[in-house]
Design a protein around this ligand. Structure first.
Ligand code: KG4
Ligand code: ZN
Length: 342
């Protein structure tokens, strides 16, 4: 069975083709990605209308590219999977509209996929895929969640952010320091030259006793510190970046370990854009190695949004029998859609 995946929930157009044979893990045949980051950079963030229009321009050429690379034609595709939500409504509608149009034209069914389930299952595309059950730390631009995962579609929320996501904390702090958009990668690069102990920044909810997160206060503390530094900010930017990253990473690390302890599970899966963060990976690897915990990540290039994770999640849902593809072609996207409601 060949599944074409279409991702268009935010500022990346991603297309991929996977093959799923029987119960074996689906295999990625080809994928292609166009990032809109350069286009949005001038505005300091994603402009939804521009995002939608760009997805329209990219989605079919990228699909052609993927099919050529995989040596297949559109007629070979059995199911068209697309990101149904959460995300920007207009951007989602492009992927859903194209998926439904392709499905209707080819006489093939379509499948709406949850974007976060795509992130969550993306480590199954890596050389070292996890096994169920595991604790998942989902850290994207809009979400920070700890979940217990017992299988495809079996997700129990253990804790989540009550305000900003970890990715948002990276992005907003970076913006305050004039590092541009998206801030996470820029801030983490600069942090490599700084002292993580230079500034005392809050570790929100570190000792709250539950598995929830809060990062809005951290951003305010970074702003206060930046103001205090005044003209010295430029010279101390790397220290401030390193201190900000250290605060975010410490909270993510501590809460992940608590989640593992509480569930008694010995396996951790990290997914979402912030999962590309080097410091987070290094520290998690060290702590998990000491505690005998296996930790899995998506391949670095599949941490941020891409089509491969959508094709993969679609294929795994089909294999699990949880969701039948549909010929209803009702592109009813869900800009807001909690993962544990699946
Ligand atoms: O998962 P993703 O691509 O998009 C969403 O679904 O939101 O995540 C994007 C987020 C952004 O906040 C970005 O700054 C952050 O991931 N990010 C990073 C790094 N790479 C991407 N944050 C910290 N360090 C990185 N290396
Ligand atoms: Zn994402």
């Amino acid at each position: 069975m060949l599944v074409l995946g279409i991702e268009s929930s935010c500022d990346e157009t991603g297309i991929a083709l996977v093959r799923a044979d029987g119960p074996a893990l689906p295999v990625l045949l080809a994928h292609a990605l166009h990032s809109q980051i350069e286009m949005h950079q001038a505005y300091g963030g994603v402009v939804p209308e521009l995002a939608s229009r760009d997805h329209i321009r990219r989605v079919l050429p990228l699909t052609r590219q993927v099919l050529i690379e995989a040596a297949h034609t559109l007629q070979d595709v059995d199911v068209v999977a697309y990101t149904r939500g959460p995300g920007l409504a207009g951007a989602l509608l492009v992927g859903a509209g194209v998926a439904c149009a392709l499905g209707a034209a080819l006489g093939k069914p379509v499948l709406g996929v949850h974007h976060l389930e795509g992130h969550l299952l993306s480590p199954f595309l890596s050389e070292d895929p996890p096994e169920f059950p595991f604790v998942a730390l989902l850290v994207s631009g809009g979400h920070t969640q700890l979940m217990r995962v017992d299988g495809v579609g079996r997700y129990e929320m253990l804790g989540e952010t009550i305000d900003d996501a970890a990715g948002e904390a990276f992005d907003k702090s970076a913006k305050l320091m004039g590092l541009g958009y998206p801030g996470g990668p820029a801030l983490s690069r600069l942090a490599e030259q700084g002292d993580p102990a230079a500034f005392k920044l809050p570790r929100p909810l570190l000792h709250s006793g539950n598995l929830d997160f809060s990062f809005a206060g951290l951003k305010t503390a970074v702003m206060t510190q930046a103001k205090k530094l005044g003209d010295d900010l430029e010279a101390r930017k790397a220290d401030l970046a390193a201190s900000t990253q250290a605060a975010i990473v410490e909270v993510l690390l501590k809460k992940s370990m608590t989640a593992l302890q509480r569930t008694g599970l010995r396996r951790l899966v990290v997914a979402g854009g912030v999962g590309a963060n080097k410091s987070l990976r290094n520290q998690l690897n060290a702590v998990c190695a000491k505690g005998g915990i296996r930790v899995h990540y998506p391949e670095l290039h599949l941490c941020t949004d891409n089509g491969a994770m959508i094709a993969m999640a679609g294929a795994m849902r089909l294999q699990s029998g949880l969701q039948a593809p549909t010929r209803a072609y009702a592109f009813d996207v869900k800009p807001r859609w909690p993962l544990d409601s699946l």
